[in-house]
Design a protein around this ligand. Structure first.
Ligand code: PLP
Length: 480
Protein backbone atom coordinates (compact mmCIF):
# COMPACT_ATOMS: atom_id res chain seq x y z
CA UNK A 1 0.00 0.00 0.00
CA UNK A 2 2.96 2.29 0.48
CA UNK A 3 3.22 2.62 -3.28
CA UNK A 4 0.18 4.90 -3.07
CA UNK A 5 1.90 7.40 -0.82
CA UNK A 6 3.15 10.36 -2.79
CA UNK A 7 6.86 10.66 -2.08
CA UNK A 8 10.36 10.41 -3.50
CA UNK A 9 9.98 6.77 -4.47
CA UNK A 10 6.56 7.07 -6.13
CA UNK A 11 7.05 10.09 -8.39
CA UNK A 12 6.62 7.91 -11.47
CA UNK A 13 3.40 6.32 -10.17
CA UNK A 14 2.11 9.82 -9.40
CA UNK A 15 2.89 11.05 -12.90
CA UNK A 16 1.22 8.05 -14.55
CA UNK A 17 -1.81 8.10 -12.31
CA UNK A 18 -2.56 11.80 -12.62
CA UNK A 19 -1.88 11.72 -16.36
CA UNK A 20 -4.44 8.94 -16.77
CA UNK A 21 -7.00 11.08 -14.98
CA UNK A 22 -6.12 14.21 -16.95
CA UNK A 23 -6.45 12.26 -20.18
CA UNK A 24 -9.92 11.00 -19.27
CA UNK A 25 -11.12 14.49 -18.40
CA UNK A 26 -9.53 15.99 -21.51
CA UNK A 27 -11.25 13.38 -23.69
CA UNK A 28 -14.52 14.05 -21.90
CA UNK A 29 -14.32 17.81 -22.32
CA UNK A 30 -13.44 17.45 -25.98
CA UNK A 31 -16.50 15.31 -26.72
CA UNK A 32 -19.19 16.78 -24.46
CA UNK A 33 -22.01 17.80 -26.76
CA UNK A 34 -24.47 18.99 -24.16
CA UNK A 35 -24.04 20.59 -20.74
CA UNK A 36 -25.97 17.74 -19.12
CA UNK A 37 -27.37 14.32 -19.98
CA UNK A 38 -30.66 14.93 -18.20
CA UNK A 39 -30.10 11.98 -15.85
CA UNK A 40 -32.54 11.76 -12.95
CA UNK A 41 -31.75 11.12 -9.28
CA UNK A 42 -33.67 7.86 -9.49
CA UNK A 43 -31.58 6.64 -12.39
CA UNK A 44 -28.23 7.65 -10.94
CA UNK A 45 -28.61 6.79 -7.25
CA UNK A 46 -28.70 2.98 -7.71
CA UNK A 47 -25.43 3.05 -9.63
CA UNK A 48 -23.73 4.76 -6.71
CA UNK A 49 -25.56 2.67 -4.12
CA UNK A 50 -24.33 -0.49 -5.83
CA UNK A 51 -20.70 0.31 -5.16
CA UNK A 52 -19.24 -1.41 -2.12
CA UNK A 53 -16.66 0.93 -0.62
CA UNK A 54 -15.18 -1.97 1.30
CA UNK A 55 -14.30 -3.73 -1.96
CA UNK A 56 -11.60 -1.62 -3.60
CA UNK A 57 -10.66 -2.19 -7.25
CA UNK A 58 -6.91 -1.62 -6.68
CA UNK A 59 -6.51 -0.40 -10.24
CA UNK A 60 -6.59 3.23 -11.33
CA UNK A 61 -7.87 2.53 -14.83
CA UNK A 62 -10.71 0.41 -13.47
CA UNK A 63 -11.64 3.12 -10.97
CA UNK A 64 -11.63 5.71 -13.72
CA UNK A 65 -13.92 3.47 -15.77
CA UNK A 66 -16.24 3.25 -12.81
CA UNK A 67 -16.03 7.02 -12.31
CA UNK A 68 -17.16 7.49 -15.89
CA UNK A 69 -20.27 5.57 -14.95
CA UNK A 70 -21.10 7.26 -11.67
CA UNK A 71 -19.92 10.80 -12.33
CA UNK A 72 -18.16 11.94 -15.49
CA UNK A 73 -20.78 10.84 -18.01
CA UNK A 74 -23.64 12.64 -16.30
CA UNK A 75 -21.93 15.57 -14.63
CA UNK A 76 -23.15 19.11 -15.27
CA UNK A 77 -20.48 20.74 -17.43
CA UNK A 78 -19.95 24.44 -16.82
CA UNK A 79 -17.56 24.81 -19.73
CA UNK A 80 -20.34 24.09 -22.20
CA UNK A 81 -21.61 27.27 -23.94
CA UNK A 82 -25.22 26.30 -23.22
CA UNK A 83 -24.74 26.02 -19.49
CA UNK A 84 -26.39 29.32 -18.57
CA UNK A 85 -27.71 28.67 -15.09
CA UNK A 86 -25.92 29.64 -11.89
CA UNK A 87 -22.87 31.69 -11.01
CA UNK A 88 -20.45 29.03 -12.21
CA UNK A 89 -17.74 30.00 -14.62
CA UNK A 90 -15.69 27.93 -17.02
CA UNK A 91 -12.20 27.72 -15.53
CA UNK A 92 -8.90 28.86 -17.01
CA UNK A 93 -6.13 26.32 -17.54
CA UNK A 94 -3.42 28.11 -15.50
CA UNK A 95 -5.72 27.90 -12.47
CA UNK A 96 -6.36 24.19 -13.01
CA UNK A 97 -2.60 23.71 -13.17
CA UNK A 98 -2.34 25.63 -9.90
CA UNK A 99 -4.95 23.30 -8.41
CA UNK A 100 -2.88 20.26 -9.38
CA UNK A 101 0.25 21.75 -7.86
CA UNK A 102 -1.38 22.88 -4.64
CA UNK A 103 -2.98 19.55 -3.86
CA UNK A 104 0.19 17.61 -4.58
CA UNK A 105 2.42 19.79 -2.41
CA UNK A 106 -0.51 20.16 0.00
CA UNK A 107 0.65 23.22 1.92
CA UNK A 108 -1.67 24.34 4.66
CA UNK A 109 -1.96 28.09 4.89
CA UNK A 110 -2.68 28.37 8.58
CA UNK A 111 0.91 28.85 9.66
CA UNK A 112 4.20 29.83 8.13
CA UNK A 113 5.74 26.56 9.29
CA UNK A 114 3.24 24.64 7.13
CA UNK A 115 3.51 26.76 4.02
CA UNK A 116 6.49 29.13 3.81
CA UNK A 117 6.25 30.73 0.35
CA UNK A 118 2.55 29.85 0.12
CA UNK A 119 1.82 32.34 2.89
CA UNK A 120 3.71 35.09 1.10
CA UNK A 121 2.03 34.31 -2.21
CA UNK A 122 -1.40 34.48 -0.58
CA UNK A 123 -0.47 37.78 1.05
CA UNK A 124 0.66 39.19 -2.27
CA UNK A 125 -2.59 38.17 -3.99
CA UNK A 126 -4.53 39.78 -1.12
CA UNK A 127 -2.49 42.98 -1.49
CA UNK A 128 -3.01 42.94 -5.24
CA UNK A 129 -6.76 42.70 -4.68
CA UNK A 130 -6.96 45.43 -2.02
CA UNK A 131 -4.87 47.58 -4.34
CA UNK A 132 -7.34 47.05 -7.18
CA UNK A 133 -10.21 47.93 -4.83
CA UNK A 134 -8.37 50.98 -3.49
CA UNK A 135 -8.69 50.12 0.20
CA UNK A 136 -5.55 52.02 1.19
CA UNK A 137 -2.24 51.20 2.86
CA UNK A 138 -3.62 49.59 6.04
CA UNK A 139 -5.72 47.03 4.15
CA UNK A 140 -5.45 43.28 4.52
CA UNK A 141 -7.57 40.16 4.14
CA UNK A 142 -7.52 36.41 3.81
CA UNK A 143 -8.71 33.69 1.47
CA UNK A 144 -11.93 31.92 2.46
CA UNK A 145 -13.98 28.98 1.28
CA UNK A 146 -16.50 31.21 -0.50
CA UNK A 147 -18.67 34.31 -0.41
CA UNK A 148 -20.81 32.88 2.36
CA UNK A 149 -17.83 32.57 4.68
CA UNK A 150 -16.45 35.95 3.58
CA UNK A 151 -19.75 37.63 4.42
CA UNK A 152 -19.86 35.87 7.78
CA UNK A 153 -16.37 36.98 8.68
CA UNK A 154 -16.95 40.56 7.55
CA UNK A 155 -20.08 40.79 9.66
CA UNK A 156 -18.27 39.24 12.63
CA UNK A 157 -15.74 42.08 12.43
CA UNK A 158 -18.55 44.61 12.08
CA UNK A 159 -20.30 43.17 15.13
CA UNK A 160 -17.13 43.43 17.20
CA UNK A 161 -16.54 47.00 16.04
CA UNK A 162 -20.12 48.06 16.83
CA UNK A 163 -20.48 50.29 19.84
CA UNK A 164 -22.61 48.01 21.99
CA UNK A 165 -22.50 44.57 23.57
CA UNK A 166 -26.26 44.32 23.44
CA UNK A 167 -26.69 42.07 20.42
CA UNK A 168 -30.46 42.57 20.37
CA UNK A 169 -29.94 46.24 19.48
CA UNK A 170 -27.76 45.61 16.43
CA UNK A 171 -29.18 46.15 12.97
CA UNK A 172 -27.77 45.16 9.57
CA UNK A 173 -29.13 46.85 6.45
CA UNK A 174 -29.10 44.97 3.17
CA UNK A 175 -31.24 45.30 0.07
CA UNK A 176 -34.14 43.02 -0.71
CA UNK A 177 -31.97 41.56 -3.46
CA UNK A 178 -28.97 40.82 -1.23
CA UNK A 179 -27.62 37.29 -0.74
CA UNK A 180 -29.25 35.03 1.85
CA UNK A 181 -25.89 34.49 3.54
CA UNK A 182 -26.39 37.91 5.17
CA UNK A 183 -29.33 36.53 7.12
CA UNK A 184 -27.55 33.28 7.83
CA UNK A 185 -24.57 35.23 9.17
CA UNK A 186 -26.80 37.34 11.41
CA UNK A 187 -28.20 34.18 12.91
CA UNK A 188 -24.77 32.60 13.41
CA UNK A 189 -23.54 35.83 15.01
CA UNK A 190 -26.28 35.69 17.60
CA UNK A 191 -28.17 38.76 16.40
CA UNK A 192 -31.89 38.99 16.97
CA UNK A 193 -34.48 37.67 14.50
CA UNK A 194 -35.24 41.23 13.30
CA UNK A 195 -31.59 42.20 12.94
CA UNK A 196 -31.49 42.26 9.15
CA UNK A 197 -33.49 45.13 7.70
CA UNK A 198 -34.46 44.58 4.06
CA UNK A 199 -34.05 47.86 2.21
CA UNK A 200 -36.27 48.25 -0.86
CA UNK A 201 -34.74 48.29 -4.34
CA UNK A 202 -35.49 50.51 -7.31
CA UNK A 203 -36.67 49.44 -10.75
CA UNK A 204 -33.14 48.28 -11.60
CA UNK A 205 -32.94 46.16 -8.41
CA UNK A 206 -30.46 48.54 -6.79
CA UNK A 207 -30.80 49.52 -3.15
CA UNK A 208 -32.74 52.78 -2.80
CA UNK A 209 -30.47 55.15 -0.91
CA UNK A 210 -33.45 57.27 0.12
CA UNK A 211 -35.00 54.20 1.73
CA UNK A 212 -31.68 53.31 3.38
CA UNK A 213 -31.44 56.83 4.82
CA UNK A 214 -34.96 56.49 6.19
CA UNK A 215 -34.20 53.12 7.79
CA UNK A 216 -30.96 54.40 9.33
CA UNK A 217 -32.81 57.39 10.73
CA UNK A 218 -35.52 55.16 12.14
CA UNK A 219 -32.84 52.93 13.70
CA UNK A 220 -31.22 55.93 15.39
CA UNK A 221 -34.57 57.25 16.67
CA UNK A 222 -35.37 53.86 18.19
CA UNK A 223 -32.03 53.85 20.04
CA UNK A 224 -30.80 50.88 18.01
CA UNK A 225 -27.27 50.45 16.65
CA UNK A 226 -26.54 50.40 12.90
CA UNK A 227 -23.95 47.61 12.94
CA UNK A 228 -23.43 47.38 9.17
CA UNK A 229 -24.79 48.19 5.77
CA UNK A 230 -24.26 45.44 3.20
CA UNK A 231 -24.08 46.90 -0.28
CA UNK A 232 -24.23 44.29 -3.00
CA UNK A 233 -21.98 44.83 -6.03
CA UNK A 234 -23.62 42.33 -8.32
CA UNK A 235 -26.76 40.77 -6.89
CA UNK A 236 -27.01 37.04 -7.40
CA UNK A 237 -30.28 37.26 -9.29
CA UNK A 238 -29.91 40.40 -11.37
CA UNK A 239 -26.25 41.39 -11.27
CA UNK A 240 -27.44 44.80 -10.12
CA UNK A 241 -24.93 47.01 -8.34
CA UNK A 242 -26.08 49.07 -5.37
CA UNK A 243 -25.19 52.81 -5.51
CA UNK A 244 -21.91 52.51 -3.64
CA UNK A 245 -20.93 56.20 -3.28
CA UNK A 246 -24.34 57.15 -1.85
CA UNK A 247 -24.30 54.21 0.55
CA UNK A 248 -20.75 55.11 1.63
CA UNK A 249 -21.91 58.62 2.52
CA UNK A 250 -24.74 57.27 4.65
CA UNK A 251 -22.46 54.77 6.43
CA UNK A 252 -20.13 57.63 7.28
CA UNK A 253 -22.97 59.78 8.58
CA UNK A 254 -24.54 57.08 10.76
CA UNK A 255 -21.32 55.39 11.84
CA UNK A 256 -22.17 52.06 10.20
CA UNK A 257 -19.62 49.56 8.93
CA UNK A 258 -19.79 49.41 5.14
CA UNK A 259 -19.52 45.91 3.75
CA UNK A 260 -19.54 45.44 -0.01
CA UNK A 261 -20.58 41.99 -1.15
CA UNK A 262 -18.80 41.84 -4.51
CA UNK A 263 -18.90 38.03 -4.72
CA UNK A 264 -20.15 38.37 -8.29
CA UNK A 265 -19.16 41.91 -9.32
CA UNK A 266 -15.49 41.53 -8.35
CA UNK A 267 -14.71 40.57 -11.95
CA UNK A 268 -15.00 44.28 -12.71
CA UNK A 269 -11.80 44.82 -10.71
CA UNK A 270 -9.96 43.41 -13.72
CA UNK A 271 -12.24 44.88 -16.37
CA UNK A 272 -10.81 47.16 -19.03
CA UNK A 273 -14.19 48.62 -20.01
CA UNK A 274 -16.58 48.57 -17.06
CA UNK A 275 -14.47 49.16 -13.92
CA UNK A 276 -16.35 52.42 -13.33
CA UNK A 277 -19.51 50.48 -12.49
CA UNK A 278 -18.12 49.64 -9.05
CA UNK A 279 -16.67 53.05 -8.28
CA UNK A 280 -17.22 53.74 -4.59
CA UNK A 281 -16.13 50.25 -3.55
CA UNK A 282 -12.94 51.88 -2.24
CA UNK A 283 -14.97 53.36 0.65
CA UNK A 284 -15.78 49.92 2.06
CA UNK A 285 -14.66 48.73 5.50
CA UNK A 286 -14.80 45.17 4.16
CA UNK A 287 -15.31 43.50 0.79
CA UNK A 288 -16.25 39.97 -0.27
CA UNK A 289 -14.82 38.71 -3.57
CA UNK A 290 -15.46 35.34 -5.20
CA UNK A 291 -12.73 34.65 -7.71
CA UNK A 292 -14.58 31.39 -8.40
CA UNK A 293 -17.42 33.39 -9.91
CA UNK A 294 -15.96 36.08 -12.11
CA UNK A 295 -12.22 35.43 -12.28
CA UNK A 296 -12.67 32.05 -14.00
CA UNK A 297 -11.16 30.15 -11.05
CA UNK A 298 -12.10 26.65 -9.89
CA UNK A 299 -14.09 26.32 -6.65
CA UNK A 300 -12.97 27.30 -4.01
CA UNK A 301 -11.37 30.67 -4.49
CA UNK A 302 -12.68 33.57 -2.45
CA UNK A 303 -11.46 36.24 -0.09
CA UNK A 304 -12.56 38.77 2.49
CA UNK A 305 -10.71 42.08 2.42
CA UNK A 306 -10.68 44.81 5.06
CA UNK A 307 -9.70 48.49 5.04
CA UNK A 308 -8.03 48.23 8.45
CA UNK A 309 -5.89 45.14 9.06
CA UNK A 310 -6.23 45.66 12.82
CA UNK A 311 -9.91 44.67 12.66
CA UNK A 312 -8.89 41.13 11.74
CA UNK A 313 -7.78 40.70 15.35
CA UNK A 314 -11.39 39.82 16.15
CA UNK A 315 -10.69 36.45 14.52
CA UNK A 316 -7.39 35.92 16.33
CA UNK A 317 -6.88 33.20 18.91
CA UNK A 318 -3.58 31.75 19.97
CA UNK A 319 -2.78 28.09 20.52
CA UNK A 320 0.53 27.09 22.07
CA UNK A 321 0.95 24.19 19.67
CA UNK A 322 0.27 26.26 16.55
CA UNK A 323 0.56 30.03 16.65
CA UNK A 324 1.68 31.13 20.13
CA UNK A 325 1.42 34.82 20.92
CA UNK A 326 5.21 35.28 20.87
CA UNK A 327 5.20 34.63 17.12
CA UNK A 328 3.46 37.98 16.61
CA UNK A 329 6.42 39.83 18.14
CA UNK A 330 8.80 37.58 16.23
CA UNK A 331 6.96 38.77 13.10
CA UNK A 332 6.23 35.26 11.87
CA UNK A 333 3.33 35.51 9.41
CA UNK A 334 0.61 33.08 10.46
CA UNK A 335 -2.48 33.51 8.33
CA UNK A 336 -4.56 31.53 10.86
CA UNK A 337 -4.50 34.69 12.99
CA UNK A 338 -6.85 36.28 10.41
CA UNK A 339 -9.01 33.34 9.44
CA UNK A 340 -12.09 31.50 10.68
CA UNK A 341 -10.51 28.31 9.37
CA UNK A 342 -7.43 26.54 10.68
CA UNK A 343 -6.14 24.01 8.15
CA UNK A 344 -6.69 25.84 4.88
CA UNK A 345 -6.12 25.23 1.18
CA UNK A 346 -3.57 27.21 -0.82
CA UNK A 347 -6.29 28.45 -3.18
CA UNK A 348 -4.37 31.67 -3.83
CA UNK A 349 -1.96 29.69 -6.02
CA UNK A 350 -4.64 29.31 -8.70
CA UNK A 351 -5.06 33.05 -9.11
CA UNK A 352 -1.30 33.50 -8.87
CA UNK A 353 -0.77 31.12 -11.82
CA UNK A 354 -3.56 32.88 -13.71
CA UNK A 355 -2.09 36.34 -13.21
CA UNK A 356 1.41 35.15 -14.08
CA UNK A 357 0.33 33.37 -17.27
CA UNK A 358 -2.58 35.48 -18.54
CA UNK A 359 -2.34 38.72 -16.61
CA UNK A 360 -5.22 40.62 -15.05
CA UNK A 361 -6.16 42.17 -18.39
CA UNK A 362 -6.65 38.70 -19.83
CA UNK A 363 -9.18 37.88 -17.11
CA UNK A 364 -10.79 41.31 -17.40
CA UNK A 365 -11.22 40.89 -21.14
CA UNK A 366 -13.05 37.58 -20.65
CA UNK A 367 -15.36 39.15 -18.08
CA UNK A 368 -15.98 42.16 -20.34
CA UNK A 369 -16.97 39.76 -23.10
CA UNK A 370 -19.69 38.14 -20.99
CA UNK A 371 -20.97 41.54 -19.85
CA UNK A 372 -21.19 42.64 -23.49
CA UNK A 373 -22.90 39.37 -24.40
CA UNK A 374 -25.50 40.01 -21.70
CA UNK A 375 -26.14 43.50 -23.06
CA UNK A 376 -26.68 41.96 -26.49
CA UNK A 377 -28.94 39.29 -24.99
CA UNK A 378 -31.00 42.00 -23.32
CA UNK A 379 -31.55 43.71 -26.67
CA UNK A 380 -32.65 40.40 -28.19
CA UNK A 381 -35.08 39.72 -25.34
CA UNK A 382 -36.45 43.26 -25.26
CA UNK A 383 -37.23 43.03 -28.98
CA UNK A 384 -38.82 39.59 -28.74
CA UNK A 385 -42.59 39.71 -28.12
CA UNK A 386 -42.53 36.17 -26.68
CA UNK A 387 -40.57 37.33 -23.64
CA UNK A 388 -40.68 39.82 -20.84
CA UNK A 389 -37.21 40.81 -19.57
CA UNK A 390 -36.67 42.41 -16.17
CA UNK A 391 -33.64 44.69 -15.90
CA UNK A 392 -30.96 45.84 -18.28
CA UNK A 393 -27.86 44.00 -16.99
CA UNK A 394 -25.07 45.80 -15.12
CA UNK A 395 -23.09 42.53 -15.20
CA UNK A 396 -23.93 39.33 -17.06
CA UNK A 397 -27.34 38.15 -15.85
CA UNK A 398 -30.67 38.16 -17.69
CA UNK A 399 -33.97 37.54 -15.91
CA UNK A 400 -36.94 37.02 -18.19
CA UNK A 401 -40.01 34.94 -18.74
CA UNK A 402 -42.01 33.53 -21.56
CA UNK A 403 -45.33 35.39 -22.00
CA UNK A 404 -47.74 33.67 -24.39
CA UNK A 405 -49.88 36.06 -26.42
CA UNK A 406 -53.07 34.08 -25.85
CA UNK A 407 -52.82 33.30 -22.13
CA UNK A 408 -53.47 35.83 -19.38
CA UNK A 409 -53.82 33.64 -16.26
CA UNK A 410 -50.67 34.46 -14.26
CA UNK A 411 -50.59 31.02 -12.60
CA UNK A 412 -50.69 29.35 -16.00
CA UNK A 413 -47.80 31.52 -17.22
CA UNK A 414 -45.87 30.56 -14.08
CA UNK A 415 -46.45 26.88 -14.77
CA UNK A 416 -45.40 27.22 -18.40
CA UNK A 417 -42.10 28.82 -17.38
CA UNK A 418 -41.46 26.28 -14.62
CA UNK A 419 -42.19 23.51 -17.06
CA UNK A 420 -39.87 24.98 -19.70
CA UNK A 421 -36.99 25.07 -17.24
CA UNK A 422 -37.56 21.48 -16.10
CA UNK A 423 -38.03 20.16 -19.62
CA UNK A 424 -34.86 21.87 -20.76
CA UNK A 425 -32.92 20.36 -17.85
CA UNK A 426 -34.32 16.92 -18.59
CA UNK A 427 -33.33 17.24 -22.26
CA UNK A 428 -29.81 18.30 -21.33
CA UNK A 429 -29.77 20.66 -24.33
CA UNK A 430 -29.17 23.64 -22.07
CA UNK A 431 -29.28 24.47 -18.38
CA UNK A 432 -30.93 27.69 -17.21
CA UNK A 433 -31.85 28.95 -13.74
CA UNK A 434 -35.06 30.37 -12.33
CA UNK A 435 -36.12 32.87 -9.72
CA UNK A 436 -39.15 34.79 -8.56
CA UNK A 437 -39.86 38.43 -9.31
CA UNK A 438 -42.79 40.04 -7.49
CA UNK A 439 -44.10 36.57 -6.67
CA UNK A 440 -44.03 35.29 -10.25
CA UNK A 441 -41.75 32.66 -11.76
CA UNK A 442 -39.02 33.88 -14.07
CA UNK A 443 -36.13 32.25 -15.87
CA UNK A 444 -32.53 33.33 -15.61
CA UNK A 445 -29.38 33.21 -17.72
CA UNK A 446 -26.15 33.80 -15.85
CA UNK A 447 -23.70 34.38 -18.68
CA UNK A 448 -20.14 33.63 -17.58
CA UNK A 449 -18.84 31.77 -20.59
CA UNK A 450 -17.14 33.87 -23.28
CA UNK A 451 -17.70 30.93 -25.65
CA UNK A 452 -21.48 31.42 -25.47
CA UNK A 453 -22.68 33.33 -28.52
CA UNK A 454 -25.82 35.30 -29.33
CA UNK A 455 -26.70 32.32 -31.55
CA UNK A 456 -26.66 30.12 -28.44
CA UNK A 457 -28.91 32.60 -26.65
CA UNK A 458 -31.35 32.69 -29.56
CA UNK A 459 -31.37 28.91 -29.81
CA UNK A 460 -32.01 28.42 -26.09
CA UNK A 461 -34.80 31.02 -26.15
CA UNK A 462 -36.43 29.07 -28.99
CA UNK A 463 -36.13 25.85 -26.98
CA UNK A 464 -37.74 27.55 -23.97
CA UNK A 465 -40.58 28.93 -26.06
CA UNK A 466 -41.08 25.49 -27.61
CA UNK A 467 -41.31 23.74 -24.23
CA UNK A 468 -43.63 26.40 -22.83
CA UNK A 469 -45.91 26.25 -25.86
CA UNK A 470 -46.05 22.49 -25.69
CA UNK A 471 -47.03 22.70 -22.03
CA UNK A 472 -49.75 25.26 -22.71
CA UNK A 473 -51.06 23.23 -25.62
CA UNK A 474 -51.30 20.14 -23.44
CA UNK A 475 -52.96 21.97 -20.59
CA UNK A 476 -55.51 23.35 -23.07
CA UNK A 477 -56.19 19.76 -24.14
CA UNK A 478 -56.63 18.77 -20.50
CA UNK A 479 -59.13 21.59 -19.98
CA UNK A 480 -61.29 20.48 -22.96
C1 PLP B 1 -22.65 33.57 -4.63
C2 PLP B 1 -22.85 34.71 -3.74
C3 PLP B 1 -22.54 34.62 -2.37
C4 PLP B 1 -22.13 33.30 -1.74
O1 PLP B 1 -20.90 32.89 -2.22
P1 PLP B 1 -20.47 31.34 -2.15
O2 PLP B 1 -19.11 31.36 -2.75
O3 PLP B 1 -21.48 30.58 -2.96
O4 PLP B 1 -20.47 30.94 -0.72
C5 PLP B 1 -22.65 35.75 -1.60
N1 PLP B 1 -23.08 36.91 -2.14
C6 PLP B 1 -23.41 37.03 -3.44
C7 PLP B 1 -23.88 38.35 -3.96
C8 PLP B 1 -23.31 35.93 -4.28
O5 PLP B 1 -23.66 36.04 -5.57
Amino acid sequence: MRSHLLNDTTAEHYRRSVTQGVERVAAKLATTERPFTGITVDALAPRIDAIDLDQPLHDTAAVLDELEDVYLRDAVYFHHPRYLAHLNCPVVIPAVLGEAVLSAVNSSLDTWDQSAGGTLIERKIIDWTTGRIGLGPAADGVFTSGGTQSNLQALLLAREEAKTDDLARLRVFASEASHFSVQKSAKLLGLGPDAVVAVPVDHDKRMRTVALARELERCAEAGLVPMAVVATAGTTDFGSIDPLPGIAGLCERYGAWMHVDAAYGCGLLASLKHRGRIDGIEHADSVTVDYHKSFFQPVSSSAVLVRDAATLRHATYHAEYLNPRRMVTERIPNQVDKSLQTTRRFDALKLWMTLRVMGADGIGRLFDEVCDLAAEGWRLLAADPRFDVVVEPALSTLVFRYVPAAVTDPAEIDHANLHARKALFASGDAVVAGTKVAGRHYLKFTLLNPETTTADITAVLDLIAGHAEQYLGESLDRAC
